[in-house]
Unconditional design. Structure first.
Length: 303
């Protein structure tokens, strides 16, 4: 009887023949900073990611991942189904369509970046579709997002700064398009938010060019976070010297609250297998304030 029970238990936990291919990956980052007379340290990304891919037949595959991220209170995830028709994706960790092709100027490891921000604080899930255009180099995407039903008070806006919205049912549609040929790529995107709060739909455009060891990227975001008077312009460039990169990034941000600022960062990375070391010097000047200079030494390990 014991042998029969043992065999039954073993059979229940046996991996079926159609099981997906599962991989585990992750990364961790540590930073040491100096800002004037102030020294500090922090942990950047610290993620464990479990991914699985399964052949669904008929030329289709399914892929899913779960991430236990340091900046999330619980696991985040995304599920994709891909075939000759294109790609369908749903999750709470995937980009909306306007974010899929931007961020081309974000090259400094410790910098904040300048990608499009919708200003929505609590999105429950995003569903997107990227069709197979049949045109080499042309990529399209559309997506739909809705606020989370876990929001503590759904009668309040989930837009940054809790702008007035008594409907408690904010949703967002987004689009993105990119055309890439040779080393050149140009893209555009935008979002449309259904809300009664004061909100101007953000738009973005980006371009990049790569040749040999050189890369340069440009980003422009209008109505960032739904603010009609906010915009971000960024440029970034890198030179790959073999064991790492030299980089430069500059950001010019305009905000309606007059807290305009400029950032410039430069430095170098050095990689040994999965370990990347970097040093970055960043100058940030707020309007009407002195420059805020920060030097960062960082180490990243990814597996």
């Amino acid at each position: 009887m014991k042998k029969i029970i043992a065999l039954a238990v073993a059979g229940a936990f046996a991996v079926p023949a159609f099981a997906a291919d599962v991989t585990v990956s992750g990364d961790v980052e540590y930073k040491f900073t100096n800002q004037g007379s102030v020294d500090g340290s922090s942990v950047g990304d610290s993620d464990i990611k479990v991914s699985a891919v399964e052949d669904l037949g008929n030329g289709m595959t399914a892929d899913v991942y779960l991430v236990n991220a340091s900046n999330a209170s619980s696991f985040v995830s995304a599920l994709g189904i891909e075939g000759s028709f294109g790609r369908f994706e749903v999750g709470n960790d995937n980009d909306n369509a306007a974010q899929m092709f931007d961020d081309k100027a974000d090259v400094a490891p410790a910098n904040a970046g300048d990608h499009i921000t919708t200003g929505l604080e609590d999105i429950g899930a995003t569903v997107s579709f990227s069709p197979n255009t049949g045109i080499e180099g042309l990529s399209l995407a559309v997506s739909y997002s809705a606020e989370s039903t876990d929001t503590a008070d759904t009668a309040n806006s989930v837009i940054t700064d809790d702008r007035s919205d008594t409907t408690g049912s904010e949703t967002m549609t987004a689009w993105g398009v990119q055309y890439a040929v040779g080393g050149f790529a140009v893209s555009a995107g935008g979002v449309s938010v259904d809300t009664t709060a004061a909100y101007e739909d953000p738009t973005t455009m980006s371009a990049s060019f790569a040749t040999g060891p050189f890369y340069v990227g440009y980003n422009k975001v209008n109505n960032n976070a739904g603010d009609a008077d906010s915009s971000i312009t960024g440029v970034g460039a890198t030179y790959n010297y073999g064991s790492g990169k030299l980089f430069y990034e500059s950001i010019d941000a305009k905000k309606s609250d007059s807290k305009n600022y400029e950032e410039s960062a430069f430095g170098a990375t050095y990689s040994m297998g999965g370990v990347t070391l970097y040093v970055e010097s960043m100058d940030k000047t707020d309007e009407g304030a002195a420059a805020d200079n920060t030097t960062t030494l960082g180490v990243i390990y990814a597996f």
